[in-house]
Design a protein around this ligand. Structure first.
Ligand code: MN
Length: 283
């Protein structure tokens, strides 16, 4: 499902509303076979729910349509991918996924902590701060991928004092992405009924995500992203994954758009393995 919100972005003049269309189109350039995991996605029949009518709305006005769209999709399907759009959609997506925020869980992969002040309104730099204010406990949030020269010390203090678990990019490199993501999902599943995953593509290294204004040198690799997305797809409590912050007009050689598409495909691989393991009907 597309959620093409572009208003409410800290950097002006961006075209996030073109993200969903560009990701859908790029899928035509991929095989359905995951050689690493021996899985062919032809075995699933994902449904394209189209775009929610939020391209001309600011994050406040887009909130209800996204919450309702996500809720409605999850009432019919076990798992959902939401294509942004900017990162402001994460707040609404999380509300739509978790029946109550007090027993919801959020795994966010992002170069930034996204806890900017709320006094100037909702934007793509404060969805986590907004969710904390809405009642999502900081102890139910795991943040993976923050790194140097992307965040200020005061925002780090906000995240730490809220009790958010932080796994910086440096730690991903040292301990391996499979270990840190598996541990994050395991932990979240002990405190949450449902887990929402936010993939801000700017978590990738700048060279790999030129279409994200927020990407900086020193971010995660495409391998990290693919492994993380598959593990999220595999986990039975993960209901929704968003992929945000793609402005296709800034892309180079479709690199970022294709990174988004491989994230989508890898989540689907994990989801297919999940369905087989639990003997659920494959949808
Ligand atoms: Mn972000």
């Amino acid at each position: 499902m597309g959620a093409p919100v572009t208003i409410g972005s800290i950097t002006p003049g961006l075209h996030y509303h073109l993200g969903p269309k560009s990701i859908r189109e790029s899928l035509a350039g991929f095989s359905t076979y995951d050689l690493d995991n021996g899985v062919d996605l032809l075995a699933i029949r994902p449904e394209d729910l189209g775009d929610l009518p939020v391209a001309a709305l600011d994050p406040s006005d887009a909130f209800c349509p996204i919450v309702e769209g996500v809720r409605s999709a999850l009432s019919r399907q076990p798992a959902l991918i939401v294509l942004g759009g900017n990162n402001s959609i994460t707040r609404a997506g999380c509300h739509g996924t978790c029946k109550s925020l007090s027993n919801g869980g959020l795994l966010t992969l992002d170069a930034h902590l996204d806890v900017r002040d709320l006094q100037h309104g909702l934007n793509n730099g404060n969805p986590i701060r907004a969710l904390l204010k809405d009642g999502l406990p900081g102890s139910h949030i795991v943040q993976i991928g923050a790194h140097s020269f992307c965040n200020s010390k005061s925002y780090l203090e906000v995240a730490e004092s809220a009790g958010i678990t932080l796994v910086p990019a440096q730690e991903v490199r040292a301990r391996g992405v499979d270990t840190v993501v598996s541990q994050a999902l395991e932990y979240l599943s002990t405190v949450a009924e449902a887990i929402y995953v936010d993939v801000d593509l700017d978590v990738l290294d700048r060279t790999l995500a030129p279409a994200c204004p927020g990407s900086r040198p020193g971010g995660l690799t495409l391998w990290d992203l693919r492994v993380a997305a598959r593990l999220c797809g595999l986990h039975p409590k993960v209901r929704t994954l968003d992929i945000v912050e793609l402005d296709p007009t800034r892309d180079l050689a479709s690199a970022t758009t294709m990174a988004a598409a491989t994230c989508l495909l890898s989540f689907c691989v994990g989801y297919l393995e999940r369905s087989r393991a639990s003997k659920l009907p494959i949808v």
